[in-house]
Design a protein around this ligand. Structure first.
Ligand code: PLP
Length: 395
């Protein structure tokens, strides 16, 4: 296997391990354990397992290893550890490396469960966490003190789609020896080069674009071989957040079409954002790829010009208009997943971000009229016509 492959080639062939039957489609090794040829062989494997030697599926499994190798290659990471969900990846990456007394600086605009892990769980164990406005480099500069051990942020925030400058924040963090962990779900492996930009650890919820068809929960922690094998693996294999072999197979097959799907979804998202900008019923259209997005220059630099597959629409008529709009749509579905082949809309203020107190909603720009739209693989003309008819009903 060549590390010089382009991501699209790695996404199809990376990590393949064929059994003696020479199957074309990767095998699902749906087994929790492995048989040893002798007592000596078992002892030997427990002492030092070789590259293709497995012990127990909580530690590793051939199908899971294929997924880990394939996505690591595609992302340009040395290694990866697959997890049962995106949250197992976020919490595993953080808890495996932190201890009481450590200081973490995090962007404040976070997925609800990420916020819970940082705000409620880590602090309970004596980790100090400071939250900053992730788009404000001066705030990062002030917060990243010499005793900072880790920096955490989502490269594109949910649901207001603020973009965080990975290279600039990483430079500040590295100056004090802190580890940079990036939750890169909204950027996707297709549009992001987070490791080349300076991230030390990149985390994905594979539930989103990597599966891309709403079937399975999964996650991955990517980083240096040293970090994955010495810090993450010992923690994960003993605490139980392993990915199932069946899930790994779903995700492996998802990677093969990831590039095509995500580019098509992003192209439609850009078309919708262009067509909807300035619509009377909308107070704001937020799409990082749009020329009027406040950070469009950063998007050009960091994401190869693409704004990703999600846009947010702020209905001028507030929550009543947002609900009427959602209820009038006939093609997209109302749900809270994203990255799916089906277009999905959600009203963050009453669903994904319901728990946040009003002042935090205000600070994050989660207004009553805001809806988040994850753009799927439908024909863009059908989606646009549907969105326009629904907006007309609201007015
Ligand atoms: C969905 C999501 C997660 C959590 O992933 P699960 O697979 O649902 O556990 C974490 N971070 C971000 C940014 C997400 O969108």
């Amino acid at each position: 296997m060549s590390s010089k492959w382009h991501p699209r080639t790695a996404a199809v062939h990376g990590g393949t391990r064929r059994s003696q039957y020479g199957e074309v489609s990767e095998a699902i090794f749906l087994t929790q354990g492995f048989v040893y040829d002798s007592a000596e062989a078992a002892a030997q494997r427990f002492e030092a397992a070789g590259e293709d030697e497995f012990i127990y599926a909580r530690y590793g499994n051939p199908t899971v290893a294929m997924f880990e190798e394939r996505i690591a290659m595609l992302e340009g990471a040395e290694d990866g550890f697959a997890t049962a969900s995106g949250m197992a990846a976020v919490s595993g990456a953080l808890t495996s490396m932190l201890k009481a007394g450590d200081r973490v600086v995090s962007a404040r605009a976070l997925f609800g469960s990420c916020l819970y892990v940082l705000e409620e769980v880590l602090t309970r164990y004596g980790v100090e966490v400071e939250f900053v406005d992730g788009t404000d480099l001066d705030a990062w500069r002030a917060a990243i003190t010499p005793d900072t051990r880790a920096v955490f942020f989502e490269s594109i925030s949910n649901p207001t789609l603020e973009v965080i400058d990975i290279a600039a924040v990483s430079e500040l963090a590295h100056a004090v020896g802190a580890t940079v962990l990036v939750d890169n779900v909204f950027a996707t492996p297709v549009f992001s080069d987070a490791i080349a930009q300076g991230a030390d650890v990149v985390i994905y919820s594979a539930t989103k674009h990597i599966d891309g068809q709403g079937r399975a929960l999964g996650g991955i922690i990517l980083g240096t071989q040293e970090f994955i094998r010495k810090t993450v693996e010992p923690y994960m294999k003993h605490t139980g957040g392993a990915m199932s072999p069946f899930t790994a197979w779903v995700m492996l097959k998802g990677l093969e079409t990831l590039d095509l799907r995500v580019r098509a979804q992003a192209a439609t998202a850009a078309e919708l954002a262009d067509a909807l900008h300035g619509h009377d019923a909308l107070a704001r259209v937020i799409y990082p790829g749009h020329a009027q997005h406040a950070q469009n220059a950063l998007v050009q630099r960091q994401m190869g010009g693409s704004g990703g597959t999600v846009l947010s629409l702020d209905l001028a008529g507030g929550q009543e208009a947002a609900f009427a709009f959602l209820n009038a749509l006939t093609i997209p579905i109302i749900s809270n997943n994203l990255g799916d082949a089906k277009s999905i809309l959600t009203h963050p203020a009453t669903t994904t971000h319901q728990r946040l107190p009003q002042d935090q909603k205000d600070a994050l720009g989660i207004t009553p009229g805001l809806v988040r739209m994850s753009v799927g693989l439908e024909a863009s003309a059908d989606l646009l016509a549907d969105v326009l008819q629904a907006l007309e009903k609201v007015q």
